[in-house]
Ligand binder design. Structure first.
Ligand SMILES: [Fe+2]
Ligand SMILES: [Fe+2]
Length: 127
């Protein structure tokens, strides 16, 4: 998850790198809410907020990519949609009271996002 803090993994584009650092900070605090929700429904709200934040992030990347890398936009969008779909089962698990399942699914979302960062975002936006 520390991808965007390591020099070797920075894209070199200051806007992209700063946005990802902010995004990952937010993901870390939302994951903590999911882990520690005492059953007040906070975790479900956190997943919803996170999904909205991810949509904004993805839209920003897709707009930037459509200017400079229009050939890569379709693939980028497809992978963003796939990542967003991973959050629905987290929400379902929480709603069903399966805290452990939600935790595992959230960790899987993290791992998949990390892979996306390394394999899609960074090569695409690297300067
Ligand atoms: Fe990204
Ligand atoms: Fe991306």
């Amino acid at each position: 998850m520390a991808t965007w803090l390591e020099d070797q993994w920075k894209s070199g584009d200051p806007i992209i790198d700063a946005e990802h650092q902010k995004l990952h900070q937010m993901i870390r605090s939302m994951a903590a809410v999911v882990r520690n929700d005492p059953g007040l429904g906070l975790a479900i709200e956190a997943v919803d907020v996170l999904a909205e934040r991810m949509r904004i992030h993805f839209r920003m990347e897709e707009t930037l990519a459509s200017r400079a890398h229009s050939d890569a936009v379709a693939t980028l969008k497809q992978d963003h949609q796939r990542l967003l779909r991973l959050l629905a089962p987290v929400r379902d698990a929480l709603q069903g009271g399966d805290q452990d399942g939600a935790k595992t699914l959230m960790e899987d979302f993290h791992a998949q996002l990390d892979q996306h960062d390394r394999e899609v975002d960074i090569p695409l936006f690297r300067r």
